[in-house]
Design a protein around this ligand. Structure first.
Ligand code: SIN
Length: 283
């Protein structure tokens, strides 16, 4: 499809592209939406700078990709039940999302995508890294691919490996935690290799934050292979790194990427609004 409404420029060899020419505060034409959707499938994460969005406009843009879901662990902002505020104050030392993960992979139907909008970006630092889970899968040997084809991952919302969800949230002073006592109970089973429902490509689907073991195996038995695959997936050649500016919106595909919010801006404030788009059950 020749692009008529936007310009798309990749930011790295593996994944990621900047999109120019879109004003997301407007109700996009079907053509403009289709072009952004095509770029989303082709590049897995899009960065769209210089936007001025109300929460309602942000939600309306994200909703063009599907219904939005409710994030269980942070209270929504006033008036927009599907948008949460992610904020790190200058004297907080912990950030939200500071480890490789795919959003909410502990849900039975995890979000297909996330639209994150920067309201206040630090002058320096606070970048987000992304990893290409198609590329990570493609680079594995045929023997490993065959073995992984039979494995199911158990994903938990508890964040036990990083000290627990409630303890982590206490260190982000301005974020409004919710349902912390339920995180242990939210568990889902997903294939370690999933087929993207729109592109038909296979992607690794596990992450250090949420995948705790393989089905029918103990945590101790599972850990070495989980560690190997998670380290492999974030090799530099499978990643890109994005530097935010206030007014940038990033849209990423949780079905074929992971991301990591880098915590290197102590003394500065970073404030984002996040909407997540309902996905289907990974297969
Ligand atoms: C997230 O993990 O959803 C937040 C990423 C970020 O703040 O860069």
């Amino acid at each position: 499809m020749a692009l008529q409404t936007i310009d798309v420029r990749p930011v790295a060899g593996a994944l990621g592209a900047e999109v120019f020419g879109a004003d997301l505060s407007q109700d996009l034409s079907n053509r403009a939406h289709d072009e952004i959707h095509r770029a989303f499938l082709d590049h897995q994460v899009l960065f769209i700078r210089d936007q001025t969005l109300t929460p309602a406009q942000h939600a309306a843009f994200a909703r063009r990709f599907g219904p939005l879901n409710i994030y269980p662990f942070v209270e929504a902002i006033e008036g927009e039940p599907e948008i949460i505020e992610i904020v790190k104050e200058p004297d907080d030392f912990k950030n939200f999302g500071g480890g490789w993960h795919s959003d909410s992979s502990y849900l039975d139907q995890p979000p297909l995508g996330t639209a994150l909008y920067a309201l206040e970006a630090p002058d320096i630092g606070g970048d987000t890294m992304y990893a290409d889970m198609y590329g990570a899968y493609d680079a594995l040997s045929d023997g490993m691919k065959a073995m992984l084809g039979g494995l199911t991952g158990i994903c938990s919302a508890a964040l036990r490996a990083s000290g627990g969800r409630a303890a982590g949230m206490k260190k982000t002073s301005a974020m409004k935690a919710a349902n912390m006592d339920q995180s242990d109970a939210i568990v889902a089973e997903h294939p370690i290799v999933r087929t993207h429902p729109e592109t038909g490509r296979k992607a690794l689907y596990l992450n250090q934050a949420h995948t705790i073991h393989f089905k029918d195996m103990t945590e101790a038995e599972s850990r070495p292979l989980i560690d190997y695959l998670c380290d492999h997936a974030v090799r530099p050649e499978f990643t890109c790194r994005f530097r935010w500016q206030t007014g940038t919106l990033a849209l990423w595909d949780n079905r074929c990427t992971q991301h990591f919010a880098i915590n290197d801006y102590h003394g500065q404030r970073r404030r984002m609004h996040r909407a997540t788009i309902q996905g289907d059950k990974p297969v």
